[in-house]
Design a protein around this ligand. Structure first.
Ligand code: 1GP
Length: 254
């Protein structure tokens, strides 16, 4: 089953998913990556997202290889640019940064990437990517040269997501940016949730199981956790327990 189909099906029945984000630039040593891969496999993590706003190290393919050799968890590229295409991954978030007005990230990078993607087997997942303000400027806001949507402009985010869905984008990703001071608030998640039918990905600044649960309760289908695990990989156990319980209760209601 394709990853997009899986996400759509889970969205339909109300099941939640977790993705662990690995930024190749932040991998200090292979041992740390191994620990994270093992923890993710033991805790039923659904996906690895791999990428970053600025990947300066040439080890993207090494990271994907290491994940593939040590787990069966699908690897989804979360690229900061068309340079971050690694054909050995399973899928790619084909991101259109619809909260911004930078044409390069709305269509430019996509034109460069399209012929490359056409000729490999990566599953291409068209994704409306919305940056939401979260306090201080994040790397992704700076590098993308876009202004994030203010965190209290709920209808602005909702209309942006709606337009993305009408343009045919299959996923909506609300991101506060990696290491965000403030995670995306529940009202923002809930307002966007109600405005579109696509699976909703939420990430940025989720560094406690309470924040993870709040995002899921507000309507996120998939939560993305990166930075916090670099500091405390065991947080994953707590979060995945809560997601497991949630999914069990969905099963029980069937
Ligand atoms: C960032 O949504 C991701 O693009 C994850 O953010 O690293 O803060 O968990 P964190």
């Amino acid at each position: 089953m394709k990853i997009l189909d899986t996400l759509q099906e889970r969205n339909r029945i109300g099941k939640k998913s977790i993705a662990v984000l690995i930024d190749p630039d932040k991998i200090e040593d292979n041992h740390r990556l191994d620990t994270l891969i093992r923890l993710a496999a033991e805790n039923c993590v659904d996906f690895f997202f791999v990428g970053g706003s600025l990947v300066t190290t040439p080890n993207l393919s090494e990271v994907v290889k290491q994940i593939k050799e040590n787990s069966s968890i699908p690897v989804v590229l979360f690229p900061g640019s068309s340079l971050q295409i690694e054909p050995s991954a399973d899928a790619i978030l084909f991101l259109s940064l619809i909260s911004g007005r930078n044409p390069d990230l709305l269509i430019g990078q996509h034109v460069i990437a399209a012929p490359i993607l056409k000729n490999n087997r990566l599953e291409v997942m068209p994704t409306g990517y919305l940056l939401i303000n979260s306090g201080k400027t994040t790397s992704v806001a700076y590098i993308s040269n876009t202004t994030p949507i203010p965190e209290d402009k709920y209808s602005l985010a909702a209309c942006t997501a709606m337009a993305g869905e009408m343009l045919g984008l299959k996923l909506i990703y609300l991101d506060a940016g990696s290491g965000a001071e403030r995670e995306i608030n529940s009202r923002m998640i809930n307002t966007v949730r109600k405005s579109v039918n696509t699976p909703l990905i939420v990430g940025g600044g989720i560094n406690t199981s309470q924040k993870a649960f709040a995002a899921l309760e507000a309507g996120a289908d998939l939560i993305v956790i990166g930075n916090a695990l670099e500091k405390d990989p065991n947080l994953l156990i707590e979060i995945s327990d809560r997601v497991y319980d949630w999914n069990q209760s969905v099963e029980a209601r069937k």
